[in-house]
Design a protein around this ligand. Structure first.
Ligand code: NAD
Length: 497
């Protein structure tokens, strides 16, 4: 692979062949420069149907392929992805705009998920109860279900699909994937590697497009389950549509992650973590810290001084500019001009509602990259609980600061929020750390960790309006989503002699 290998017009991958779509073409833009790097088709429901049918046919053989053979294909894919890791990381930067070190970290997590899925011969084992009743045994068989579908968000074009894809295939299901139409090039390149890994035709399928494709997947009678990651309104639509059509679903939604700072927290560590958590990936991470709650006046004063100074020092640049490409902290562009306008609008609204712009990134200028969608690090102080900029997921490099008089008041702010993806506490106190672990309502908790995104060996998912499902992504948990427990109760008589 080479990042210049991305074709001008992307295709679908259906039944083991790259297939052009008849759908209208949409520009794929490099957000750092504004130039068009490819064109992606908006596939039609009829094309979705062909892909689902191909997956459905492949399922009949794949489900009976021994699990050891199934993961052999994943091991081959793992080799190919490791070989192409740097090219894929650069492709992620090209179409999404995060820093190269961030994209490399994304690739590492993608690989880690693939490695975990390769353990399926161990993970998919069932259980047996000898003597469940008189002369009877009970057996639990974790069986595959059929065709699974997934549609992905723009901010992790490589990693997020791998929260699901390798687990679905390893457990004996087949898969139809729709990448985000804003960043479809990474999965196009990965589809080539899947093809190279010799996966039987129809086991993995790629259909490009927008919500028309998602809808057709959710409504297709042969799709048994859907995994979706994106904003909360779309997660809600996914949950409702899948429930209506009798499918299992995992819908991971938006976030507004709180980070609470206690008076005893080491301020230099806090600020170092805050800068990467709030402004890395230009704030476009579902685990980004975006609401900072300072406990006590002195904490607030010290935090504001140190954090504003650190935010002003952040490099805002095209992450593929050779002068900065290996810098660990670069704030690149946001995904589109529309996203930038939305973020500008929210900053304006915050100020109109009484917040103070301690650092204002709206006027940022990146020389030679006038076509890019840059917003500089922004910090809004004196934000009231429940103000628009506190309630809303901004999904840009904008941090809001709130004050609390005590741990309990800070905890009430965290728990009063609609979103509950992640929440972190900074303290040296085991007492408050323990209370935060047990009482903060978020799905993923950080203790002195700014981005508490779990490794692939552990489940990933939030709570409340950040998560519409029962089974989380990644790790052992997700095996339950991709299998159904068939329970056998059996009795045998002695054969006639
Ligand atoms: P989005 O909701 O706009 O799109 C996500 C996917 O849904 C895309 O593939 C899109 O084509 C499709 N889609 C859009 N509208 C749809 C509709 N009406 N019906 C069906 N499908 C539809 O999200 P985005 O802007 O691409 O991604 C950013 C969002 O994703 C943020 O809210 C972020 O917090 C969230 N996110 C959450 C997690 C998590 O783990 N909870 C992880 C990454 C991103």
């Amino acid at each position: 692979l080479n990042d210049s290998d991305v074709p001008d017009v992307l295709s679908n991958y259906v039944g083991g062949a790259f297939t052009p779509s008849e759908g209208a073409l949409l520009d794929v833009t490099n957000p750092s420069r504004g130039d068009v790097i490819a064109h992606v088709p908006m596939s039609t429901p009829a094309e979705v149907d062909v892909a689902v049918r191909a997956a459905s046919v492949a399922y009949e053989t794949w489900r009976f392929t021994p699990v050891g053979t199934r993961v052999t294909h994943l091991y081959r894919l793992l080799d190919a992805i490791r070989r192409e890791e740097e090219v894929l990381a650069r492709l992620i930067v090209l179409e999404m705009g995060k820093s190269l070190p961030d994209a490399r970290a994304e690739m590492k997590r993608l690989i880690q998920n693939l490695e975990v899925a390769c353990a399926m011969p161990m993970l998919q084992q069932g259980s047996k109860l000898v003597g469940a009743s008189a002369d009877m045994d009970g057996e639990v068989l974790p069986m595959p279900l059929g065709v699974f579908a997934m549609f992905a968000p723009f901010n992790f074009p490589g990693m997020v699909p791998f929260w699901f894809l390798p687990y679905a295939l390893a457990t004996g299901n087949t898969f139809v994937m729709k990448p985000s139409e804003q960043v479809p090039c990474t999965m196009q390149a990965i589809a080539r590697l899947i093809d190279e890994a010799g996966m039987p035709p129809g086991v993995f399928n790629l259909v490009n497009g927008d919500k028309v494709v998602s809808r057709a997947l959710m409504e297709h009678p042969r799709v048994v389950g859907v995994s979706m990651v994106g904003s909360t309104p779309v997660a809600r639509i996914t949950a409702e549509t899948c429930a209506r059509h009798g499918k299992r679903f995992q819908a991971l939604g938006g976030a507004k992650n709180h980070l609470v700072i206690m008076p005893d927290a080491p301020m230099d560590e806090v600020v170092r973590n805050l800068v990467t958590s709030c402004f890395g990936c230009a704030g476009q991470r579902c685990m980004a810290a975006s609401a900072i709650v300072c406990v006590g006046e002195r904490t607030h004063r010290e935090l504001v001084d140190a954090f504003t100074a650190a935010a002003r020092a952040v490099i805002v640049a095209d992450p593929l500019d050779p002068a900065v490409e290996n810098e660990s902290m670069v704030c690149g562009p946001v995904i589109s001009p529309a996203a930038r306008e939305r973020i500008h609008g929210l900053i304006e609204k915050g100020i109109a509602e009484g917040a103070r712009a301690l650092v204002d990134g709206r006027g940022v200028h990146v020389a030679g990259r006038e076509g890019g969608n840059y917003v500089g690090p922004t910090i809004l102080g004196d934000v009231a609980e429940g103000a628009t900029v506190h309630r809303t997921e901004i999904f840009g490099p904008v941090a809001v600061i709130l004050k609390a008089d005590s741990f309990d008041e800070a905890l009430a702010i965290v728990n009063g929020h609609e979103y509950a993806n992640g929440a972190s506490l900074y303290t040296r106190s085991g007492y408050y750390a323990r209370r935060f672990k047990l009482e903060a309502e978020a799905g993923m908790i950080g203790i002195n960790v700014g981005i508490p995104a779990p490794v692939a060996y552990m489940p990933f998912g939030g709570a409340k309006s950040s998560f519409f499902a029962d089974v989380k992504a990644q790790g052992r948990s997700v095996v339950n989503f991709f299998t159904q427990e068939r329970v056998v109760t059996e009795r045998w008589w002695k054969e006639d002699e």
